[in-house]
Design a protein around this ligand. Structure first.
Ligand code: GDP
Ligand code: GDP
Length: 464
C-alpha cells in the first residue's frame, strides 16, 4: 500500500501560506473541528488540486530565529515536517521582495535533501520577470510566480512538487468509487427488490490505524494486541513509500494494523527524527478504514489532539476514541474526566468513546467491538428505496425552510460512496438548504441505518 506524498508549506509570516493551504485543501468549513476552548486553525489537509492525491501541511509556526521556549518547540516541529515531507513549497512575497528571514529559511532548506519549490506569491498583475527576478539570489532554482489568492499558477506548482512521487494519477476523489450517481431519470420506486439486499459490510480485513500524541500509550496497546510474539521486523530504515501492514487476528476477526514507523531515511540534518511523527500519523490515517484515536485520561485534551481529530474528520475515516490510562484513577476523577472529554469532543459524537487501560489490557475487547461496528457502518450498503423512504418521512415531519420564493424540494436519495457513506439527495432548489437542515437529515439517516462510528456525508444535487 502506497502512502500519500506530503507537501509542506513554509515561509515567513504573511507571505500567504494559509491562503495557499486553503486553496490546496479547499477545506470544507463545516468539517473544521470545533474543540471547545481550542484553536480552529488547521495545519493538515487532504490536497484537492491537480491529478494526484497528497497531504498538505501548513507549517504556520516556522520561526527560524527562535531560540527559546515555545517558539523553539514550534521550529523543531516544523523542521521535522520539512525533513519528512516529500516536497517543500517555500513561499515568498513578490510585493515585499527578499528579506533576511527569507534568506535564513533558504539557508536551512538548502541543507536538506528535499525537493524545494520556490513560489513567489502575490504575483497577480505583475510582469513575470519583475515578480521573480530578485528571488534567484535565494539559490533554490527557478522561482515560480503564483497568486494564492487568485489561483494563478497553483496547479502547475503542485504538479511540479509531486512529479515522480506517489502512484499513477488516481485522484482519490469521492467520485471514483463504484457507486456513481444515479441517472437523472431514475425512479426510486422502480426497484422494489433492492431493499432486500442485506446491509452487511463486505467481509474484508479491517485496516486499523492507532493514533494519538506521544506517550498516550499507542505502543503499549499495540503490544497488548499483538501479544508477545510480535515480530520486530519493522525497524528497518528504508526509502520505501509503502506503509507496513501487520496482520493480526482477534476474536475470529482479521485486522491489519497500519504501521508507518521506521519508514524513510531522510534529511541528513534532522536525522534524529523524534519518536512521534505527525506525517506518519497522517499517512496512517489516510491508509486506514478505521482510526482508533487514543487520548490520555491523565492529561488535558490538547491542540495536538484537536489537530489529529480534525484531520480524521476531514478524511472521513470511521473512528473509535479510546481514553487510555484509566487505571489508577479514583471514581470522583473518573466522573469528572468523562464529562470533560464528552464536552470537548462533542464534534466527534458520532464515534464511540471507551475508557481503557492499554497497560492492563482493560477495555481492549470492547474497543475492538466498536472498531468492528464502525467498520460495518462505514461500509454499509444503503438501498435507494429505503433511503428515499427515510428522506420522505423526514421531510414530512419537517420541511426544509423556504428561501425567498424558493422552497427546496427533496425527491429521492441514493448512496454515492462508502467509508464514509455518502448520501446524495436529489431534488430542486437544493442550494437553499441550510446546514441545520443537513444536520437534521444526517441524524435521521444515522438513526434509520444505525450508522454509529462513521462520519456521514450528505450532498445535494439539484436537477434542472
Ligand atoms: P501566512 O501568514 O503566510 O499564512 O499568510 P496569509 O495566508 O495569512 O496571508 C497574508 C496576507 O496576504 C493576507 O492579507 C492575504 O489576503 C494576503 N495574500 C495571500 N495571498 C495573496 C495573493 O496571492 N495576492 C495578494 N495580493 N495577497 C495575498
Ligand atoms: P506512545 O508514545 O503513544 O507509543 O506511548 P507508550 O505506549 O510508549 O506509553 C507511554 C507511557 O505510558 C509508558 O510509560 C507506558 O507504560 C505508559 N502507559 C501506557 N498505557 C498505559 C495505561 O493504560 N495505564 C498507565 N498507567 N500507563 C500507561
Amino acid at each position: 500500500m502506497s502512502l500519500k506524498p506530503v507537501v509542506a508549506l513554509v515561509g515567513r509570516p504573511n507571505v500567504g501560506k494559509s491562503t495557499l493551504f486553503n486553496r490546496l485543501t479547499r477545506s470544507r468549513s463545516a468539517l473544521v473541528a470545533d474543540f471547545s476552548g481550542l484553536t480552529r486553525d488547521r495545519h493538515y489537509g487532504e490536497g484537492r488540486v491537480g491529478e494526484k492525491p497528497f497531504i498538505a501541511i501548513d507549517t504556520g509556526g516556522f520561526e527560524p530565529v527562535a531560540k527559546t521556549g515555545i517558539l523553539l518547540q514550534m521550529a523543531r516541529q516544523t523542521q521535522q515536517a520539512i525533513a519528512e515531507a516529500d516536497a517543500v513549497i517555500f513561499l515568498v512575497d513578490a510585493r515585499a521582495g527578499v528579506n533576511a528571514h527569507d534568506h535564513e529559511i533558504a539557508r536551512q532548506l538548502r541543507r536538506n535533501s528535499q525537493r524545494v519549490l520556490l513560489a513567489v506569491n502575490k504575483a497577480e498583475g505583475m510582469a513575470h520577470n519583475a515578480a521573480i527576478s530578485e528571488f534567484h539570489e535565494l539559490g533554490l532554482g527557478q522561482p515560480l510566480a503564483i497568486s494564492a489568492a487568485h489561483g494563478d499558477g497553483i496547479v502547475e506548482l503542485i504538479e511540479m512538487a509531486l512529479e515522480g512521487l506517489g502512484e499513477a494519477p488516481a485522484l482519490v476523489s469521492d467520485e471514483d468509487d463504484d457507486f456513481g450517481d444515479a441517472d437523472p431519470g431514475f425512479d426510486p420506486d422502480a426497484d422494489p427488490q433492492a431493499e432486500d439486499v442485506p446491509e452487511a459490510p463486505v467481509a474484508h480485513r479491517i485496516k486499523l490505524a492507532i493514533v494519538g500524541r506521544p506517550n498516550v500509550g499507542k505502543s503499549t496497546l499495540i503490544n497488548t494486541l499483538l501479544g508477545e510474539e510480535r515480530v520486530i521486523a519493522f525497524d528497518m530504515p528504508g526509502t520505501t513509500r509503502d506503509a507496513i501492514e501487520i496482520d493480526f487476528q482477534r476474536g475470529g476477526r482479521d485486522y491489519t494494523l497500519i504501521d508507518t514507523a521506521g519508514l524513510r531515511k531522510r534529511g541528513k540534518v534532522f536525522e534524529a527524527v523524534e519518536k512521534f511523527s505527525v506525517i506518519k500519523t497522517l499517512q496512517a490515517i489516510e491508509a486506514s478504514n478505521v482510526v482508533l484515536l487514543m487520548l490520555d485520561a491523565q492529561q488535558e485534551v490538547s491542540e495536538q489532539d484537536a489537530h489529529i481529530a480534525g484531520f480524521i474528520l476531514e478524511t472521513g475515516r470511521a473512528l473509535v476514541v479510546g481514553i487510555n490510562k484509566w487505571d489508577g484513577l479514583d471514581d470522583e476523577r473518573r466522573e469528572r474526566i468523562v464529562r470533560e472529554f464528552e464536552r470537548k469532543l462533542r464534534f466527534l459524537s458520532f464515534a464511540r468513546m471507551h475508557t481503557i487501560s492499554a497497560l492492563k489490557g482493560q477495555g481492549v475487547n470492547a474497543v475492538l467491538k466498536s472498531v468492528d461496528a464502525a467498520h460495518a457502518a462505514a461500509f454499509a450498503k444503503l438501498s435507494t428505496p429505503k433511503l428515499t423512504r427515510e428522506l420522505q418521512a423526514a421531510v414530512e415531519q419537517q420541511q426544509p425552510p423556504r428561501k425567498g420564493i424558493f422552497r427546496p424540494k427533496l425527491r429521492y436519495a441514493h448512496q454515492g460512496g462508502q467509508n464514509p457513506p455518502r448520501i446524495i439527495v436529489h431534488g430542486s432548489a437544493l442550494d437553499a438548504i441550510p446546514d441545520s437542515y443537513r444536520r437534521y437529515l444526517e441524524t435521521r439517516f444515522r438513526e434509520a441505518f444505525k450508522l454509529a462510528g462513521t462520519p456521514l456525508r450528505i450532498e445535494f444535487k439539484s436537477s434542472h
